[in-house]
Design a protein around this ligand. Structure first.
Ligand SMILES: [Mg+2]
Length: 215
């Protein structure tokens, strides 16, 4: 079996929250009289760890001063969060395969819990790591505290930072083209695997999981 454990990013990997994220970001920018960004400009400029992005667009402004506005504007966005196509099927498939699943996300923990509960996805995960600013700093501890073997664990995500995090932890990175980072940038970051969406991941794993374990 290829993977016994999978770590999932949340935004852009299992859910599409780009519309409310863009809305909330633009409300924050407006507070400081910075012009709103288009969806494309946001995708070009946004990056993780997100304090770097805010330092670039709002230099000298403390993140703590932005967070309340961001959270309330996110919840008031005219367009809400949706579960990405194939995400539920992927998680159900993992359950059937007895693959241990975890979340490793930068999203605010409160927002994450609201969404995961509302979508009925929470009990798919053995443990949640949300509100993680720099995932590279946490990956090693997560692997060791759950006894996850590096050779049979992968991190699925939609951003260059997710690929870097997997590399940092010595595990495979599975990059997905459903999220925030432009596909060219994601591919340039040299992930172990790239797929257009989670249905392609599942097809690929379904084939490789059925093969006998190599010695
Ligand atoms: Mg993401």
């Amino acid at each position: 079996m290829k993977y016994r454990s999978l770590l999932f990013d949340w935004s852009g990997t299992l859910v599409d929250d780009l519309p409310p994220t863009l809305h909330a970001t633009n409300v924050v920018l407006a507070q400081y009289e910075v012009p709103a960004m288009s969806r494309e400009e946001f995708r070009q400029r946004f990056r993780l760890p997100y304090p770097e992005f805010y330092e670039e667009v709002l230099p000298g402004v403390a993140i703590a001063d932005l967070e309340d506005t961001f959270r309330s504007s996110f919840n008031e966005s005219p367009e809400g969060v949706t579960v990405l196509p194939h995400a539920r099927e992927m998680l159900d498939w993992c359950r059937d395969q007895k693959i241990r699943c975890f979340v490793l996300s930068s999203m605010d923990e409160g927002l994450f819990m609201e969404q995961a509960r509302a979508f009925g996805l929470l009990d798919h995960f053995e443990e949640i790591y949300a509100g993680v600013i720099d995932k590279r700093e946490r990956i090693g501890g997560i692997l060791s505290s759950h006894d996850l073997e590096a050779s049979s664990t992968a991190f699925l995500g939609d951003m260059v930072h997710d690929v870097a995090t997997a590399k940092h932890g010595g595990i495979d990175s599975i990059a997905l083209g459903t999220g925030y980072d432009p596909v060219e940038r994601l591919v340039e970051s040299n992930p172990s695997h790239f797929f257009d969406d989670l249905s392609k991941v599942r097809e690929w794993l379904d084939q490789s999981q059925s093969k006998p374990v190599s010695a």
